[in-house]
Write a protein that binds this ligand. Sequence first.
Ligand SMILES: C[S@@+](CC[C@H](N)C(=O)[O-])C[C@H]1O[C@@H](n2cnc3c(N)ncnc32)[C@H](O)[C@@H]1O
Length: 218
Amino acid sequence: MPCAHCIDIEKEFDRKTARRDLKRYRRRGPRKTTRWLLEAVKPLLPEAFTHLDIGGGVGIIPAELIPAGARAVYLVDASSAYLNAAQENLSRFNGAIQKMFRHGDFLEIHQEIPAVDVVTLDRVICCYPHAKDLIVASSQHARRIYGLVYPRKNWMMKLFVIAANTYLKLRQSAFRVYLHDPTSVQNLLAEHGWTPQFMDRTLIWRVEVYQRAREAAL
Ligand SMILES: C[S@@+](CC[C@H](N)C(=O)[O-])C[C@H]1O[C@@H](n2cnc3c(N)ncnc32)[C@H](O)[C@@H]1O
């Protein structure tokens, strides 16, 4: 049975927000931090590769990586509205590209998801209560490259999270937003064999791209 948090993810990331995100992407392209992630990932890619986007929203990263040589893209999202929008967004890519869309909490279904070359989580670990488990399970699905965007833990974001979670509680939603200590995230990934290749930040977000230590050493 899905957790209360995941049930309320469906309400927070509903058809209306999915349509808005897809419209924004079509008009303006990827947001700045997603562009940074893509720019850091692309030079590390082999000629042909497979990609898994967890919490992939409307499918922006797969849509940008297919022209860069992705031959298979897998998208997992806990929101069915976002998954439908991603299917629509990626419908223009046909031919030899293999696409898979899976609805659900990645931690609950990860054993059914194949390992790939590149795994990305863009603004996802801040929407999930068990971020450490999510990072470990998702990074184990990546053979070469692991990229994530997550919020900074500064005073401004701490205030934002208090306000957002108070609002969610008043609306009786079980969905919450979370901040993560970057040193803990980086140490966790180092323990699992990942070497940082790119790190940058805006006032709100951190963008980090890692490579498997053995690949980085080549
Ligand atoms: C803020 S949205 C970001 C969407 C997209 N990555 C982007 O940057 O446009 C967070 C997404 O993560 C998904 N999500 C959060 N936790 C998840 C989990 N454990 N498994 C699958 N999807 C999850 C939500 O359903 C939502 O679509």
